[in-house]
Design a protein around this ligand. Structure first.
Ligand SMILES: Nc1ncnc2c1ncn2[C@@H]1O[C@H](COP(=O)(O)OP(=O)(O)OP(=O)(O)O)[C@@H](O)[C@H]1O
Length: 758
C-alpha cells in the first residue's frame, strides 16, 4: 500500500471514530428526549416546566447534531511534539473526556487557518481532509515547520491554505445556495472572523473576495465566543434582497447556528409591508440625514396653538381657552421628554387643570372636589374642547403622519425648508399611496418620536407582563436543574411551553421594533443611506457591527462611496476599523481582470484584487447586427445551459439585460429553451420558482451578492445609458460582470460596442 493510501486509511479510522461518537451522542439525546416525552403531561406545574425545559434542550441539541453531518471533520494540526488535533464543525470528546475533534471556532483551531511557515508557533504541519459523505477521499498537507521531522511527507506549501480543497470547492457547480467555507477559510479571512466585537468593523473587498462568507462565519464565531451575551440579545443579519437572504440561508444552520434573525431593511419594521420601490432620486432624498430633522419637525408641527380657540360653556359659565394655556400645557408635556403620544397625557391633564382652575377662580365660594371633578368630566365630553385639544396635540401613528406629510406639499415645505420645489414635487404622492422601501427608516424615526400607538399600548403591556412572569419561572427552573448552558435559554423555553417552534425565538426579536441586538451584520452595506444607518444603530446601542461591502459596487444614489465619510459620523473616528479582503475567490482571472480594468477606467474605487483561478476562454465577446441581438443573446444563453445547467438541479446561469429589452430577451430565451432541451427537462426548468431558478433573466441590481456559473451580459451600453448617473452605470456593470464563476459572455450590437469598449 502506498504511503498516501495508508495515510488515507489512518484518517478514515479517525473520521469513523468521530462519526461513531456523533451517532452515539445523537442516540443518547434521542433516548433522553423519548424518556422526557414519555412522562407526558403529568405532575405538578413545576415538574412539567422542568420536563419541557429538558425536552427543548434535547431537541435543540439534536437539530445541531444533525446539522453537522456533512464534512464533520476537515482538518488536522500536528505540533512539533507530534501531538495531533483534529478540527471539525463542532467539538466532540469521548466518554473519558478525551477530545476527538475540536470546534473550528476554538482558539486552539486558529493555527489551522492562520499559521504560516514564517509564523507557526509550535505547529509543524496542517492537513486538509476531504470527505465525501463519511468517506475520506483526499488529504493535503502543508509543511509549516520546515525543520521538523514530522513534515517529511508534506506535499504542499503555498500562500493559499488547503489549495486543492479550495480549488475543488470554487470550481464546483453552483446550486443557488451559498455553502459554508469552514474547511477552507483563508488567513486574511480568519483574522476578520475572529476580530474583536467591541467596535464596528468594516470589511471592504472587491467582488468575490468572500465578504458575505466571512460575515456569516463571523456571526457563527461570535455566537460561539460570546454565547452568554448573544443568546439573549441575538444577532441580526441585514441583506439587500429576499433573494439574497434565500441564497445565504443554509450557511448558519450548517454551522450549527439557527438563532439569528435575517432581514432586509424593507422587512425590518414589524407590521409595515412595503410594496414598491422609489425612483433612485426619491430614495436618495428620503435617505438624506436631514430627513431626521424633517420627521422631528413633523411631530412638533402637531404640538401647536390652534389659530382659533373656542369658549367652553360649563355649568352656565363661559370658559375661554387661551393661547397661553395651550402654550403652557405644551411646555409641560415636552418637559416630560416622553414620546409624543405618551406626553399627550400630560398635555391633556395640564390644559384641563388650567381650565378647571379658571372655573374655580370665577366662583365666589370654594368649590368641593366633587364639583371640580364634574367640571373636568364635562370638559372631557365637550366636543369643542376635545377638538381643540386634538388640534393642539394630535395623537397619531407614524404611518398616518408620513402619508399626510407627503400628500401636502405646503406642510413638507415647512418641515423641510432645504428641499427645492422640484424635489418637493418628486416626493409628493397621494395620501393612500403604498409605502416604499425608503419610507421604512422614516417610519422608524417617526415611531421613535411618537412612541407606541396609544390604542395598542395597553394590550401589548399586558402581554409583556405575562411573558415576563413566564420567563421568570423558566429561568428559575433552568438554574435549579443546572441546565441550559447557553443551548437553551428561558425565552426559548417559554416559546416552547406556548407551543411555538424554536425559530420563534429569533422571530420574537424580529417582531419587536424596540428589540436591541447584541451584534448586527450588514451585507452590501455600501447601499445604505444615512437614514438606514440611524435605524440600524438604534437597534444596536452597543454599536457592535460587522459591516461588509464594496464602495465600487454602490448603485444607490444615497449610498456610500467613502467608508470614512459614512462611518466617522456614526461611530466616531476611533469607534470603527477598516479591513480589506484582496483575493477574488469567485471569478476566473480573465473575468476579474476585465472587470477591474473597466471599473478602474470608470473612476470607481477598486480594491486591489487577485483572482485565484485561471479558466481559459472564460470571457467571450459576441458582436451582432441590431436585428440579431435578442436571438444571439438567447443562443448564447443556450450554449451556457448545455454546458452548465444540469438536470440534477446544479448549475446556474444569469442573462443580464436592461429593462428596455428584458422582456424580449426573456421571450427569446424561453423559445430557444424549448428547442434545446427535451420536454421533461423543459417542464422541470420552467416550473422552478424564481429564487431557485437555474436560468435567471434580470437586471444588474437584482443579482447583487449572488453568483452563477455563467453570465450572459446583453447590450451593456444600454444598461449604462439608462442608469441614473455615470458612477451608478459603472457600478451596475461591474456587479454584472463579476457574478460568474466560469464564464462571462458579452453579447452586444456593433453600435453598443462602439459606445462603450469592454
Ligand atoms: N475561503 C474560501 N473557501 C472556499 N470558498 C470561498 C472562500 N472564500 C470565498 N469563497 C467563495 O467565493 C465566492 C464569493 O464569496 P462571497 O459571495 O462571500 O463574496 P463577496 O465578497 O461577498 O462578493 P460580492 O461583493 O460580489 O457580493 C462564494 O462562492 C464563496 O463561497
Amino acid at each position: 500500500m502506498s504511503d498516501y493510501a495508508s495515510q488515507l486509511q489512518e484518517e478514515q479510522q479517525q473520521v469513523d471514530r468521530a462519526y461513531s461518537r456523533l451517532d452515539d451522542i445523537r442516540e443518547q439525546t434521542k433516548e433522553r428526549l423519548r424518556a422526557v416525552r414519555a412522562a407526558g403531561s403529568h405532575g405538578s406545574p413545576t415538574q412539567r416546566t422542568e420536563r419541557d425545559s429538558f425536552a427543548t434542550m434535547y431537541e435543540d441539541r439534536l437539530a445541531q447534531l444533525r446539522a453537522v453531518e456533512d464534512r464533520l471533520v476537515f482538518g488536522r494540526l500536528d505540533d512539533v511534539k507530534d501531538n495531533r488535533l483534529y478540527i471539525g464543525r463542532i467539538g466532540l470528546s469521548d466518554e473519558s473526556h478525551e477530545p476527538i475533534i475540536t470546534d473550528w471556532r476554538a482558539e486552539a483551531a486558529r493555527p489551522f487557518y492562520e499559521a504560516t511557515p514564517k509564523e507557526h508557533g509550535s505547529i509543524a504541519m496542517r492537513r486538509h481532509i476531504t470527505l465525501r459523505f463519511r468517506k475520506v477521499v483526499s488529504i493535503e498537507d502543508e509543511a509549516l515547520d520546515l525543520d521538523s521531522a514530522q513534515v517529511s511527507h508534506a506535499t504542499n506549501e503555498g500562500t493559499l491554505t488547503g489549495e486543492g480543497a479550495l480549488m475543488a470547492s470554487l470550481s464546483s457547480r453552483r446550486t443557488g445556495k451559498m455553502t459554508d467555507i469552514v474547511a477552507t477559510i483563508q488567513a486574511e479571512q480568519d483574522r476578520i472572523i475572529r476580530a474583536d466585537m467591541h467596535q464596528a468593523l468594516v470589511v471592504q473587498g472587491g467582488p468575490g473576495t468572500g465578504k458575505t462568507a466571512v460575515a456569516l462565519h463571523r456571526a457563527a464565531y461570535l455566537l460561539y465566543a460570546h454565547r452568554q451575551r448573544l443568546s439573549h440579545s441575538g444577532v441580526l443579519i441585514v441583506g439587500p434582497s429576499p433573494a439574497f437572504l434565500h441564497y445565504i440561508d443554509q450557511v448558519l444552520p450548517s454551522l450549527g447556528e439557527t438563532g439569528v434573525v435575517s432581514r432586509t431593511l424593507a422587512t425590518l419594521l414589524p407590521g409595515v409591508t412595503v410594496s414598491s420601490e422609489d425612483a433612485p432620486r426619491v430614495a436618495a432624498l428620503k435617505g438624506d440625514k436631514r430627513m431626521a430633522q424633517v420627521i422631528a419637525n413633523a411631530v412638533r408641527g402637531r404640538e401647536r396653538v390652534p389659530s382659533t380657540l373656542p369658549t367652553i360653556r360649563v355649568n352656565n359659565m363661559q370658559l375661554p381657552m387661551k393661547a397661553a394655556d395651550i402654550q403652557q400645557a405644551i411646555t409641560d408635556a415636552r418637559r416630560t421628554r416622553k414620546p409624543h403620544n405618551q406626553a399627550r397625557e400630560t398635555f391633556v391633564k395640564s390644559v384641563t387643570g388650567i381650565m378647571v382652575a379658571r372655573y374655580a377662580s370665577k366662583l365666589d365660594y370654594t368649590p368641593e372636589q366633587s364639583e371640580l371633578d364634574s367640571v373636568r368630566q364635562a370638559l372631557r365630553l365637550n366636543d369643542d374642547f376635545r377638538r381643540t385639544v386634538n388640534l393642539a396635540w394630535l395623537p397619531m401613528t407614524a404611518q398616518w403622519m408620513l402619508s399626510d406629510m407627503f400628500a401636502k406639499p405646503a406642510k413638507l415645505r415647512s418641515y423641510a425648508p432645504w428641499l427645492k420645489p422640484a424635489e418637493i414635487d418628486l416626493l409628493r404622492r397621494a395620501k393612500d399611496a403604498p409605502f416604499t422601501r425608503s419610507d421604512i427608516p422614516l417610519l422608524d424615526e417617526a415611531m421613535e418620536l411618537l412612541g407606541p400607538d396609544p390604542h395598542h399600548d395597553s394590550d401589548a403591556a399586558a402581554r409583556d407582563r405575562r411573558r415576563q412572569e413566564d420567563e421568570e419561572i423558566a429561568r428559575e427552573t433552568l438554574s435549579q436543574n443546572g441546565i441550559g448552558n447557553g443551548i437553551v435559554d428561558a425565552k426559548t423555553l417559554v416559546d416552547n411551553m406556548n407551543g411555538l417552534d424554536a425559530e420563534s425565538t429569533a422571530e420574537r426579536a424580529a417582531d419587536d421594533r424596540e428589540w436591541t441586538y447584541g451584534h448586527i451584520v450588514v451585507d452590501e452595506a455600501q447601499e445604505l443611506t444615512p437614514m438606514d444607518w440611524r435605524m440600524l444603530i438604534r437597534r444596536c446601542p452597543s454599536r457592535s457591527f460587522t459591516i461588509v461591502g464594496d464602495v465600487a459596487q454602490t448603485s444607490a444614489l444615497g449610498g456610500t462611496r467613502s467608508w470614512k465619510r459614512t462611518m466617522d459620523p456614526l461611530f466616531g473616528e476611533k469607534g470603527w476599523s477598516l479591513k480589506e479582503l484582496t483575493v477574488d475567490y469567485r471569478n476566473p482571472q480573465e473575468v476579474s481582470e476585465l472587470a477591474t480594468q473597466f471599473a478602474h477606467d470608470e473612476g470607481l474605487y477598486v480594491s486591489t484584487v487577485s483572482a485565484v483561478r485561471h479558466v481559459p476562454d472564460a470571457v467571450r465577446r459576441i458582436t451582432v447586427d441590431d436585428s440579431a441581438l435578442v436571438e444571439q443573446a438567447a443562443a448564447c444563453a443556450m450554449d451556457c445551459v448545455r454546458r452548465f445547467v444540469s438536470s440534477d438541479g446544479t448549475g446556474r446561469i444569469a442573462v443580464i439585460a436592461d429593462k428596455e429589452i428584458r422582456d424580449a430577451v426573456r421571450k427569446a430565451v424561453a423559445l430557444s429553451l424549448k428547442q434545446t432541451v427535451d420536454a421533461k427537462e423543459w417542464s422541470r426548468l420552467t416550473s422552478q420558482n424564481a429564487w431557485d431558478s437555474q436560468i435567471v433573466i434580470s437586471g444588474p441590481q437584482d443579482v447583487k451578492g449572488l453568483e452563477f456559473d455563467a453570465v450572459v451580459l446583453v447590450e451593456p451600453g444600454l444598461i449604462a445609458m439608462n442608469a441614473t448617473s455615470r458612477l451608478v452605470a459603472a457600478a451596475d456593470l461591474y456587479v454584472a460582470m463579476t457574478r460568474p464563476t466560469q464564464r462571462l459572455a458579452i453579447v452586444r450590437t456593433t453600435k453598443d460596442a462602439e459606445s462603450m469598449p469592454l
